[in-house]
Write a protein that binds this ligand. Structure first.
Ligand code: NAD
Ligand code: IPM
Ligand code: MN
Length: 355
């Protein structure tokens, strides 16, 4: 098994540095325990990079990202740059495009010990386990843009190949789960949606043991919080995937719980990043919820570094800490980021069952 890894840390803005420092501490504890070496390099992205390097991501950082084994990213975005010509978010988009991370896995599961914190009824949330596979390098995010005050447009383009490759990621994942894929589009209105639907149906023929259904994005938004158990794997485009995954955060109860893995072609480095943003409203207070980033680090070990054993240990450490009510304010707890970090690190090292 591989035992030495080059990891690029991109903490970014707002709570990004807090949650990445937390995940790093947990990764260090796990690395020591498993006898692996983590070689870190830390660089700027987002507003931090605009201030210090003049661009939301420098060419050198993109080169370092390509040369790494995996990237752990915090969050980008700062109200200081709202309305400006250069946006911190452009740094993250450039990273995704440069690394070709076309498939963004966003798992959303009900956590038994936290069900009381979900704003939804217990019977709706219980047992929920959904994987949102969001297309990440196409669609409205990356089409031609015209930006004026009298006229603006964002072109949304998909090629067949782009739909095929992300659909295959979804079907492959479904084979390891409950063998159900829901493809989400707006085929009733959009040309890209109709093409998306036909292409996904064609890909489904390669997977006779996986059941496919198609659903419209608007009613899916409703079903996701009224009847989430109907879903196993959801595959959808870049924009719908962005919105549906934030909506899905109400199932576990907070944005601070959702991890993600942004993956490209096999062998190319993935970006592991929480779904949440830079949360300027709570930045710098030491109260941000680090679980999403810690679980993103677990996804890094599983999907990016070929070490599912270390991923599993981190996930167990997280479950143990949650059960012991190491919770930050967003989940009704009173623990600080640091207290949660220490608890998870200890449980990762101590193993399951130690209270
Ligand atoms: P946000 O996700 O930053 O925050 C939404 C709400 O959730 C806030 O009330 C925040 O306090 C809370 N929250 C989010 N993460 C939390 C955590 N870990 N612990 C506790 N509470 C948490 O979304 P927003 O406010 O719409 O956006 C703020 C900035 O972040 C914007 O500039 C946006 O572009 C950027 N953003 C970046 C990413 C990313 O880097 N991947 C993702 C989403 C938004
Ligand atoms: C996310 C974020 C990003 C997106 C922004 C910050 C560019 O909201 O990762 O979900 O829209 O993809
Ligand atoms: Mn988002």
């Amino acid at each position: 098994m591989p035992d030495s890894f080059d990891i690029l840390l991109l903490p970014g803005d707002g709570i990004g540095p807090e949650v990445v420092a937390s995940a790093r501490a947990v990764m260090d504890a796990a690395a020591k325990h498993f006898g692996v070496t983590l070689n870190y390099e830390e660089r700027r992205v987002g507003a931090a990079a605009i201030r210090d390097e003049g661009a939301p991501v420098s060419d050198e950082t993109l080169e370092r990202a390509k040369a790494s084994d995996a990237i752990l990213l915090g969050a980008v975005g700062d109200p200081e740059f709202d309305g400006g010509d250069v946006r911190p978010e452009a740094g993250l988009l450039a990273l995704r495009k440069t690394l070709g991370t076309f498939a963004n896995l966003r798992p959303v599961a009900a956590i038994p010990s936290l069900i009381e914190w979900s704003p939804l009824k217990k019977e709706i949330v219980s047992g929920v386990d959904v994987l949102i596979v969001r297309e990440l390098t196409g669609g409205a995010y990356f089409g031609e843009k015209v930006e004026g005050f009298e006229y603006a447009s964002d072109q949304s383009v998909y090629t067949k190949d782009e739909v095929v490759r992300v659909a295959r990621v979804a079907f492959d994942a479904a084979k390891r789960r409950k063998r159900r894929v829901t493809s989400v589009d707006k085929a009733n209105v959009m040309a890209t949606g109709r093409m998306w639907r036909k292409v996904v149906a064609e890909v489904a023929e390669e997977y006779p043991d996986v059941e496919l259904d198609h659903a419209l994005a608007d009613s899916t938004a409703m079903h996701l919080i009224t009847d989430p158990s109907r879903f196993d794997v959801i595959v959808t485009d870049n924009l719908f995937g962005d919105m549906l995954s934030d909506e899905a955060a109400v199932l576990p109860g907070s944005m601070g719980m959702l991890p993600s893995a942004s993956l490209g072609e096999p062998g190319s480095p993935g970006i592991f990043e929480p779904v949440h943003g830079s949360a300027p409203d709570i930045a710098g207070k030491g109260i941000s919820n680090p679980y999403a980033t810690i679980l993103s680090a677990a996804m890094m070990f599983r999907h990016g570094l070929g070490r599912p054993d270390i991923a599993g240990a981190i996930e167990q450490g997280v479950s143990a800490a949650m059960e012991a009510k190491y919770l930050t304010g967003d989940l009704g707890g009173e623990k600080t980021t640091e207290e949660v970090t220490k608890a998870v690190s200890q449980w990762v090292v101590a193993g399951e069952g130690v209270a």
